[in-house]
Design a protein around this ligand. Sequence first.
Ligand SMILES: Cc1ncc(COP(=O)(O)O)c(C=O)c1O
Length: 395
Amino acid sequence: MRAEDPPRSISGARLLFSLDPAVSYLNHGSFGAVPIGVQRAQQRVRDEVDANPMRFFSKGLLDRIIHTRRHLAAFLGADPDGSALVPNATAGVSLVLQSLRLGPGDEVLLTDHAYGAVALAARRQCRRAGATARTVAVPLGAPDREVVSRLRNALRPGKTKLVIVDQLTSPTAKSFPVRAIAAATREHDIPMLVDAAHAPGMLPVDVSAIGADFWVGNLHKWAFAPRGTALLAVAPAWRRRIEPLVVSWEHDSGFPLSVESQGTMDYSPWLAAPAGLFTLRTLGVEAVRRHNAALAAYGQRLVGASLGLAPSDLPEPGAAEAAMRILPLPSGVATTQPEAHALRQQIADKLATEVAVNAWGGRGWLRLSAQIYNRPDEYDRLAEHLPALLHALQR
Ligand SMILES: Cc1ncc(COP(=O)(O)O)c(C=O)c1O
C-alpha cells in the first residue's frame, strides 16, 4: 500500500449502523453515530423502565450507575470514585465553572480554538461574578512547545482562576499538549479543565496521567455510547467543592453521586454505554483508530487536492490517531459562522454529504471526520463535486 492509498475498510462495519445509505456521513465528530447493537442495548433498558418504573428507579439504580461509571472510568484511566457520569461535555464544563466561585477581578483563560458553547458558558459565569473570560491566541500550526509557552506566558497567578484547554479542538481539529499544559498551570497552582469532548475512543487517554484538575470527555462521539454519556473526572482537592447543577436526593452523598442522581431522567444512555465500548473492543480499538486516522488523512488530501491545495496547505492535527482533519476553503467563503452554517447546509442538500464547516481565524474551514462506516469513495465523490458548488457560490 502506498502512503497516499486509503486504508482497507473494516469489512461489514457499515452494517453495524442505521445511517441513511443515501447520505455520505462525514461528520461523526459533531454528534457521533450509535451502532445498532448499542441502540438495542439502550432500548432494552428503556423497556425495563417502562415495564415497571417504580422497580427501575427504586431498586438498584444507584448501584448500576456506579458499576457503569467504574467500567467507563477504567477505560479512560480515570479514578472511578473521583469521576461522575454527566450528560455531555457542555454540562461538565458548566458544572466546573459554577463550582469555582469566581469573584470580581478573577479571570478564566480560554484559547481561540475553544468550542463555542464552552466559551459562552465561561463568559456567562464570568459576567455573573464580575470576572473576565480572556482568550489566548494559538496559531493553527503552532508546535506543542509554542502552545505551552503561549499559555504559560498568559497565566496571571492570583488572578487566573481556571484555564480551559481542549484535548482535540472542534473548529480546527488540533491536538493540544494537555499534559504539558497541566504541568505548567500546576507550577502556579492554577486549576485547569481539559475539554476532551472528542478524546474517548478516538485518542489513547489516560486521564490520571494528564494531571489536570478537571477533565470531561464524551463517550457518545468516538466511543459509540448512546447520546447523553460523558465522564467528568475531578482531582481530589476539588471533589468536595463540586456543586451539582441540579439538586436531587443524593445531594448529601457528595460527589460523584450528587451529580449523577438528577431526579427522574433517562438513565438508559449511561447504562447502555458499556455496549459501545464492547463494540469498539470487539472491532479492535487500535484497528479502528488506525483506520479512522488514515481515512481522515486520505479525505483531507483528496478533497484538498480538488480545491488546488498542496499538502503543505493542509493542517496537521498533531495526534497520530486524529480522525478529524480540516482544510481551508477558498478565501472569502464561509468567513462568518452564519455563512459557514449556510454552506454546510448546501453541501448536505446538494451533495447529500454531511460535513462540518466553521469560520475560524477570519476564514472558512471544512472539517472531515472518518469512522468505520465511511468508505474512500465518499471522499472521492465530495472531491469531485465540491469545487463546482463552491465556484457557484463565489459567482
Ligand atoms: C471541543 C468540544 N467541546 C464540547 C463539545 C460539546 O459536546 P456536547 O454537545 O456533547 O456537550 C463539543 C461538541 O462537538 C466539542 O467539539
